[in-house]
Write a protein that binds this ligand. Structure first.
Ligand SMILES: C[S@@+](CC[C@H](N)C(=O)[O-])C[C@H]1O[C@@H](n2cnc3c(N)ncnc32)[C@H](O)[C@@H]1O
Length: 255
């Protein structure tokens, strides 16, 4: 189901130990992680807490309507063309054909056609989300894009160090229990010199539309959250304004 390369880099999310694959499930230290409907479920910790638990329930319910809701509300409330914005976000990543990329928190897979387009048929596209509902939407929507889906937690990635050419995350980090831990995981699993990129809602400095600001803060408190600190284990850090200044995207390289 997964490519040999992906099987080789899969690890226990808690200890990073190698996993043993028996054709149906992966195991490490007596712990068994099952594959169902072509998706390996390798979530750590077993019992989610805090925001991870709260938003997981929310996104499992919202999954089938997420994309439509984003596009319609984005247009009606703040006049943002989400489809144009998504294309622009991926163009900032600087992906190249043949790259191996991990997308963390794809939701229903709204960026995947652009990611696949940039890495080409020979690239490897892996996507990990905490919501099984969202992963099922990726399967439905992007059948032909050859995306390898994993059910996991961004703060405990089930991969070996220095495995991917690029990591891309957008839209979930404001909700994570520990955004800073997620960023250190993003950096851990990327090769030296590889691309590490994350972003979420957050007004740009030049965003002056006060009524819209107030409205967005009411609807989504994520807008008021401080941005995670960019660790000094990355260089060449670029901060891009996206979705008309309503969100940001950091693109950097691993030292
Ligand atoms: C607002 S949606 C963003 C979807 C898509 N990336 C986008 O920008 O439209 C947030 C996503 O983050 C996922 N998520 C939330 N907490 C997570 C965690 N701890 N680990 C991995 N994904 C998580 C949710 O399941 C959901 O798919």
């Amino acid at each position: 189901m997964y490519t040999n390369w992906l099987n080789d880099i899969l690890r226990c999310p808690e200890t990073h130990e190698t996993l043993i694959f028996d054709g149906n499930s992966y195991a490490s230290d007596g712990k068994v992680y099952k594959v169902e409907n072509d998706i390996l479920s390798i979530v750590f910790p077993d019992q989610l807490a805090g925001n991870d638990s709260k938003y997981n329930k929310f996104y499992n319910i919202l999954a089938p309507l997420y994309d439509l809701n984003e596009r319609v509300m984005g247009k009606l409330l703040v006049g943002v063309d989400m489809v144009k914005g998504r294309k622009q976000i991926v163009s900032f990543l600087g992906l190249k054909p043949g790259m191996r990329i991990l997308e963390v928190s794809p939701g229903p897979g709204v960026f995947q056609k652009y990611l696949r387009n940039d890495i080409g048929e020979k690239g490897e596209l892996v996507a990990l989300d905490l919501s099984m509902g969202m992963l099922c939407q990726c399967q439905k929507r992007n059948k032909k894009l050859n995306v390898q889906l994993i059910h996991g937690n961004a703060q405990y990635l089930p991969f070996a160090d220095n495995s991917f050419d690029a990591l891309y995350h957008f839209g979930g980090i404001n909700l994570f229990n520990d955004p800073q831990k997620a960023i250190s995981e993003f950096i851990r699993i990327v090769k030296k010199g590889g691309i590490v990129s994350w972003g979420d809602e957050g007004f740009s400095e030049n965003y002056r539309n006060v009524p819209k600001k107030k409205l967005m803060l009411k609807i989504n408190p994520g807008f008021g959250k401080p941005r995670p600190v960019v660790p000094d284990s990355v260089y060449d850090v670029k901060e891009n304004e996206v979705y008309d200044g309503l969100a940001y995207l950091i693109v950097a390289n691993k030292k």
